[in-house]
Design a protein around this ligand. Structure first.
Ligand code: DOR
Ligand code: ZN
Ligand code: ZN
Length: 369
């Protein structure tokens, strides 16, 4: 490796919405996981709000087949809450690792917690209260009430991962829950840690529409701080792509595309390589029970070679180096990255190089050749 290169673990992103199926015009499993791989993310956990949704054994089995044939990275799946909770056991046997709850599932929160617990499935929650969402879809009340409600139920059962936490008050409520309950964790996204809405939260450009929405600067700083000090358990993108024309329209659908730059962005903004790896590699891999996420003997060799702008003597990086990506589209447009993915190894095999692009899909035979 060159002097200006560092070797880090591949990242595990616990929260992505790969599209495909009826939404293949937004992204496919192939294009989305290639974005992941080329950004140093070697494992992703999928959410079930695909079209059609992954909330029954047939859809799950089709999805797992598609992931097996088309994905460039390792994948795991959270299923949606089925109407008949008994089918969760079949989905668990089929390979689901967890259940994802949405605001629409709030009336069934207690039974969902119980069922996930009984089936040894992980539980991830989009904690926005549906009634408050109707009254004000972009105000903070929905998350305030939603987190409170989930904390109440979780204080009995534990086993909950709060997705995309975006308010300082949520961090306090979750810290309180953690102080007396096991199995509680939360994710912070790049957009909630790095972007805010300005003084009027109703005045955001439609292209930045996302759920939960971007918050005021004080909350943005609080979220960034949870990453800096490791109080957040995980950094996870909530990658949810739409087409450029959809995002440019006045009624832009919620969701941001962020998988390709999330890892270099975290390294650049945090300026703490060890903490970045804890949040995006080590802890999420451990949460999934995978022997990866750390560079140690016995660990699966999912590895990323980054070129870094920080010179080995610790001096300021070259200001005009044009070797590094400036993000060209999406929510982080214009940001200069201090890290560039040069090579990615999956299980010790070179799978991506910045010079040649991808070398093999995960599920394809050529991979093990
Ligand atoms: O902004 C969002 N987009 N929030 C969600 O919860 C879903 C996601 C999507 O799938 O588009
Ligand atoms: Zn969500
Ligand atoms: Zn999501």
């Amino acid at each position: 490796m060159a002097e200006d290169e560092i070797l880090l673990p591949g990242a595990t992103d616990l929260h992505v919405h790969l599209r495909d199926w009826e939404e293949s015009y937004k992204e496919t499993v192939s294009s989305g996981t290639l974005a992941a791989l080329s950004g140093g993310v070697t494992t992703v956990v999928e959410m079930p709000n695909t079209k059609p949704p992954i909330d029954n054994p047939e859809a799950l089995s089709k999805r797992l087949e598609l992931l097996e044939s088309d994905s460039y990275v390792d994948c795991a799946v959270h299923v949606g809450l089925p109407r008949e909770l008994q089918i969760l056991s079949a989905m668990r046997r089929e390979g689901a690792i967890g259940v994802k709850l949405y605001p629409k599932d709030f009336p069934r929160l207690r039974e969902a917690f119980r069922a996930a617990h009984d089936q040894s499935l992980k539980l991830a929650v989009h904690a926005e209260d549906p009634e408050a969402l109707v009254q004000d879809p972009v105000g903070p009340r929905a998350e305030e009430n939603g987190v409170k409600e989930v904390c109440k139920v979780a204080s009995r059962v534990g086993n909950v991962r709060f997705c995309h936490v975006s308010l300082a008050s949520s961090v306090s409520a979750i810290a309180e829950l953690k102080s007396h309950t096991n199995g509680v964790s939360f994710e912070v996204t790049p957009h909630h840690a790095l972007l805010s809405c300005g003084p009027d939260y109703r005045q955001l450009p439609p292209s930045l529409n996302v759920r939960p929405p971007l918050r005021r600067e004080c909350d943005r700083i609080a979220m960034f701080e949870t990453l800096r000090n490791g109080i957040a358990d995980f950094y996870a993108t909530d990658h949810a792509p739409h087409t450029a024309s959809e995002k440019e329209s006045q009624n832009a659908p919620p969701g941001l595309r962020s998988l390709k730059f999330a890892y270099p962005l975290l390294l650049t903004e945090l300026q703490d390589v060890a903490m970045a790896c804890r949040l995006y590699c080590e802890r999420p891999a451990a949460y999934l029970g995978e022997t990866k996420g750390k560079i140690e003997p016995g660990m699966i060799a999912d590895l990323v070679v980054f070129r870094t702008r920080t010179r080995p003597d610790g001096q300021e990086p070259e200001a005009n180096s044009n070797e590094f990506d400036i993000v060209e589209t999406g929510p982080f447009v214009g940001r200069r990255l201090g890290y560039k993915v040069e090579q990615v190894y999956k299980g010790g095999v070179l799978s991506y190089s910045s010079e040649t692009g991808p070398l093999a899909k995960r599920g394809r035979r050529e991979h093990s050749a």
